[in-house]
Design a protein around this ligand. Structure first.
Ligand SMILES: C[S@@+](CC[C@H](N)C(=O)[O-])C[C@H]1O[C@@H](n2cnc3c(N)ncnc32)[C@H](O)[C@@H]1O
Length: 259
């Protein structure tokens, strides 16, 4: 996958690209990322990217010319409507980003992301250049860079070969519509708090059932809205067929962990 990012602050991305799975994905050529400074597409000597809003009011608005020129120069292919890559504007007014959208974007060969700043971008960019408007939540950031990082992180970890174990992404919260089950690692007893016995049993079928049960309990407790929408039909997120023997309930674990 190729990801192109238009930003006024390319340096903000360095930490993300130089670390962890992202760095490995780039090294393994599973993804390539190109940063474009919107200022490089200006033509005046002050390299002006913003201007006062028509009609008055506080703040500055990003001008259309540099952003149109940047996208058109890096997208020699067809307009998205005729099969070109999606052009995604980061904006608090966009569709709420989700795991489902991350999976949709991960199927694209290429993404172009535009990071706004100040009061946002000239409306004509939204009307005539972008194909998607994405928000990462109902709050306002000072720029689209952090939002773009959230989106590309969620997308890149879904690309085949990026995560060490493909299976680990399948159990992640939100992938199947449920929150993930509780996770434990060594030591077996920490400050008197125990790891649930079933996880030490070596019985993979029981462990799978316990995890599914815990995922459902946890989702019901924390996000009943998700449980109402989750597909619990057989083979997708089946409910445990029979109670686990011996079982450790969420309440018992809470109880053990609270002591
Ligand atoms: C201060 S915000 C502008 C907000 C704009 N005046 C409004 O009310 O819709 C500046 C930029 O940050 C980015 N941004 C802010 N909040 C965001 C969010 N929740 N999701 C995605 N991008 C966001 C956008 O790129 C936006 O153009």
């Amino acid at each position: 996958m190729r990801i192109d990012i238009l930003t006024l602050f390319p340096q903000m991305f360095q930490g993300v690209f130089d670390t962890g799975i992202f760095q490995r994905a780039v090294a393994d050529k599973l993804v390539s990322v190109n940063l474009y400074n919107i200022r490089d597409y200006t033509h005046d000597k002050h390299r002006t990217v913003d201007d006062y809003p028509y009609g008055g009011g506080a703040g500055m608005v990003l001008k259309p010319e540099p952003i149109f020129e940047a996208v058109e120069s890096i997208r020699p292919g067809p307009h998205p409507e005729s099969g070109g890559p999606p052009v995604i504007l980061m904006t608090p007014q966009g569709r709420l980003f989700s795991q489902k959208l991350a999976a949709e974007f991960a199927r694209q060969e290429r993404l172009i992301l535009i990071c706004g700043h100040y009061e946002g971008v000239d409306e004509r960019i939204r009307q005539h250049l972008v194909t998607d408007e994405i928000s990462i939540g109902d709050y306002v950031l000072s720029g689209g860079e952090l939002a773009a990082m959230v989106v590309i992180d969620a997308v890149v970890r879904l690309l085949p070969g990026v995560l060490g174990s493909e299976a680990s992404a399948l159990d992640d919260s939100h992938v199947s519509g449920l929150l993930e089950y509780p996770q434990y690692t060594r030591p077996e007893v920490y400050r008197g708090w125990l790891v649930p016995q079933v996880l030490l049993s070596g019985n993979h079928a029981q462990i799978a059932r316990w995890r599914r049960e815990q995922a459902i309990i946890r989702t019901r407790e924390r996000r009943p809205d998700l449980l109402a929408k989750a597909n619990l039909s057989p083979g997708v997120n089946p409910l445990p067929e029979s109670p686990l023997e011996p079982t450790t309930s969420a309440e018992e674990i809470e109880e053990s962990n609270n002591h």
